[in-house]
Design a protein around this ligand. Structure first.
Ligand code: ZN
Ligand code: FE
Length: 239
């Protein structure tokens, strides 16, 4: 499984995953169609599936055009079937979604939105986390509760440390300032910030990050309890 990182809109990432053996592909969270079409054409492949982590426009904006062009099927969370444009296949919490070589566990991780899910490709250890877990940050709580978001984030801590995380936005540098402010003695964080800056200087994405890095450096994954997490989330909203 190859993962192509496709920058979209201002700071979004969509991801094209390719199964070379069966000549199949999926896109995760197409913000817009054009950059996805360009990537598909460059790789000489058609699009088979569109996987959406949640219903926000910057994650589903390309659904309609891509579906029309390629006949791709849209996969989304069952409770969001009215909000995800062009949805064809509904999935539930803890369901395994499987299509030839693509095999992902769907996990419901509410907080940013009530119907947010992630796609965990456990065979390859790749997880697509949308706007719930960012590198060195987490999503704003729009529809859920602090407690839901805290629980959703704790799910990630149980994954294998070498799991690759692909999230919905390039917010890493800004997030790192917040982490450093509240965790100034963290050596792992300082090392990670150097690597992040090197990547950005070369115009490269800071994705993927890993579960290990995030457990060591992400202040939201490092919060010990709900009270501490909630306080940090409020501070970050006004950072
Ligand atoms: Zn969102
Ligand atoms: Fe977003």
């Amino acid at each position: 499984m190859k993962v192509k990182i496709i920058p979209c809109l201002k700071d979004n990432y969509s991801y094209l995953i390719i199964d070379d053996k069966n000549n199949k592909s999926c896109v995760i969270d197409p913000s817009e169609a054009t950059p996805i079409i360009e990537c598909l054409e460059k790789n000489n492949i058609k699009l088979d599936f569109i996987l959406n982590t949640h219903h926000h426009y910057d994650h589903v904006g390309g659904n309609k055009e891509l579906k029309e062009r390629y006949g791709a099927k849209v996969v989304g969370y069952i409770d969001d079937k009215k909000r995800i444009p062009e949805i064809d296949i509904t999935v539930k919490n803890n369901q395994i979604w499987k299509e030839k070589k693509f095999e992902a566990k769907v996990v419901h991780i509410p907080g940013h939105t009530s119907g947010h899910i992630c796609f965990y490709f456990f065979n390859e250890k790749n997880i697509f986390t949308g706007d719930t877990l960012f590198s060195l940050g987490c999503g704003r709580i729009f529809e859920g509760t602090y407690s839901q978001m805290f629980k959703s984030l704790n799910f990630f801590k149980k994954l294998p440390p070498d799991t690759n995380i692909y999230c919905g936005h390039e917010y890493t540098l800004k997030n790192s300032d917040f982490c450093l402010k509240h965790d100034p003695e963290n050596k792992n964080l300082k090392n990670k910030i150097n690597i992040i800056k090197e990547k950005l200087k070369k115009n490269l994405p800071t994705m993927p990050t890993t579960i290990k890095d995030e457990i060591e450096c992400n202040i939201f994954l490092r919060s010990k309890n709900l009270e501490n997490f909630s306080k940090l989330r409020d501070l970050k909203d006004n950072f």
